[in-house]
Design a binder for this molecule. Structure first.
Ligand code: NAD
Length: 479
């Protein structure tokens, strides 16, 4: 299958006619090609967006909201097709694509269809001098949205929905590793009656197509989700051009378990927070710290539960762990497992590549549990982004807080305890943008989403996203 760019409502070949291969990771075979777009394609997408901006930014909120709702409904209607496309492109279990990825992509559009009708700005009366201030919130103009491969349609729409709800026009690029559902979104937008030019999707590599979006002088805001190194590069490019930036980057999240927790719920959830989506979720709790009094028990029970997970072809109904997204990513994850001994760790479970019958060339890896001696080893400091977790005991709250914070990242943390005082103390002291207590990945789309330290700058979600995609202007009237 050869996919095309979606520009001004039409599906176009890249101007230079260059394509790159697209792999199905579950069988390790090329199954399609995608445009390797250049600056010219990005310029064309920008022109379409620019031409549409005056009319789109002047549509009524009701009109915009209705179109976003229609897109949400069509995503739900096409759930099966989209889920299958996501699984083929990414290697994630079809059951996960059907229950999490695609429903959430629809929810993103429906949420911002509603949120934009409730978004408001402020007024400030300057008492004593007869002056009144009010804040206008203008859409920015043409904005850029760039997303990664781990939750392809889910994260792509998480940016596009608020951007267009706020009245902007968009030049967007999905990951070159997982472009298929973004391509299908173009068809859905046409069917939903989204005016041509509001959303333009260019496919291609990060350092060519992505770079061209970030460098474009008139694309005034960039919303990016991806790796920390890429985020730093984007920040260096965009800063001298004074672009608005939202950067959602990597994580190395602590999962802190106290003996007073609800043990069974913790165990079941920890299996998910460790290995869901093959551990390729920025929010996975990859550093597990366990209170010493239950450490041996936890170790035994966790290994036992993880040993029941089935690694297999993602299209099989009983598969828990599908394929990793690419061969190079599999090699990267494996390279961390291979340094376990020199980093002072011990593999307690897994660690090996898996050959799946009938899908022998696919990129499969066992869920892997490594016991580490300290938090300073590479396995605990660097983002592995695969089905690999480390475990380590701690004795006091203070020690747990220090371990949680002793890392360059600060995206999320999970805390398991039924002690209210401890919960309050620790949630205040852990450096992270999101903390889950006695749960994981429970999302309310109104809440601020993002990280601190090397995990990024800015917040997505709810009105935070609508604030990012609008420019505030204060008007002061003296009367
Ligand atoms: P990546 O940084 O390699 O790529 C992300 C996107 O940026 C892709 O579309 C890529 O083509 C593009 N890109 C690459 N170089 C670029 C450049 N110079 N200019 C513009 N765009 C460029 O990340 P990835 O490997 O696709 O995704 C995995 C990473 O994403 C992990 O680090 C993970 O933690 C992170 N992530 C973060 C969140 C979050 O919300 N914080 C969510 C999901 C994934």
């Amino acid at each position: 299958m050869i996919i095309k760019n979606y520009i001004n409502g039409s599906f176009l070949e890249p101007t230079l006619g260059n394509y790159i291969d697209n792999y199905n990771p579950s069988i390790g075979e090329i199954y399609g090609q995608i445009p390797n777009s250049t600056q010219e394609d990005v310029a064309q997408a920008y022109q379409a967006a620019k031409a549409t901006f005056p009319s789109w930014s002047n549509t009524t909120l009701e009109e915009r909201s209705a179109i976003l709702s229609k897109i949400a409904q069509l995503i739900t209607k096409k759930l099966e097709v989209l889920a299958e496309a996501e699984t083929k492109d990414n290697g994630k279990p079809l059951s996960l694509a059907k229950t999490i990825d695609i429903p959430r992509a629809s929810a993103n559009f429906q949420f911002f269809a509603n949120a934009i009708t409730q978004f408001s700005s402020e007024a400030h009366e300057t008492v004593g001098v007869n002056a009144m201030n009010f804040t206008l919130r203008h859409p920015i103009g043409v904005v850029g949205c760039i997303s990664p491969w781990n939750l392809p349609l889910y994260l792509f729409t998480w940016k596009i929905a608020p951007a267009i709800a706020a009245g902007n026009c968009v030049v967007a690029k999905p990951s070159e590793v997982t472009p298929m559902t973004a391509y299908l979104l173009g068809e859905i937008c046409n069917e939903a009656g989204l005016p041509k030019g509001v959303l333009n999707i260019v496919h291609g590599l990060g350092n060519t197509t992505g770079q061209a979006i970030v460098e474009h002088p008139n694309i005034k805001a960039i919303s990016f989700t991806g790796g920390t190194k890429t985020g730093a590069h984007i920040a260096r490019t965009a800063a001298p051009m004074f672009k608005k930036l939202s950067l959602e980057l990597g994580g190395k999240n602590p999962n802190i378990i106290f003996a007073d927790c609800d043990y069974e719920l913790m165990l079941e959830t920890t299996v998910k927070s460790s290995f869901a989506n093959q551990g390729q979720i920025c929010l996975c709790g990859s550093r597990i710290f366990i209170e010493k009094t239950i450490y041996e028990q936890f170790k035994k029970d966790f290994i036992q539960k993880v040993s029941q997970l089935k690694v297999g072809n993602p299209f099989d109904a009983d598969t828990n762990i599908g394929a990793l997204v690419s061969k190079s990513h599999l090699e990267k994850v494996k390279s961390y497992i291979d340094i376990t001994e020199e980093e002072g760790g011990t593999i307690l479970f897994g660690g090996k590549k898996v050959t799946v019958e009938g899908s022998e060339e696919g990129y499969y890896l066992e869920p892997t549990i490594i016991e580490v001696q300290n938090n300073s080893c590479k396995l605990n400091q660097e983002e592995i982004f695969g089905p690999v977790v480390t475990i380590m005991p701690f004795e006091t709250e203070e020690e747990a807080i220090a371990l949680a914070n002793d890392v360059s990242y600060g995206l999320s943390a999970t805390l398991w305890t039924n002690n209210l005082n401890r919960t309050m103390k620790m949630t205040k002291q852990i450096h992270a943008g999101i903390i889950w207590v006695n749960t994981w990945l429970l999302r309310d789309l109104r809440t601020p989403f993002g990280g601190v330290k090397a995990s990024g700058v800015g917040r997505e979600g709810g009105f935070e996203a609508l604030r990012f995609f609008t420019e505030p202007k204060n008007v002061c009237i003296k009367y």
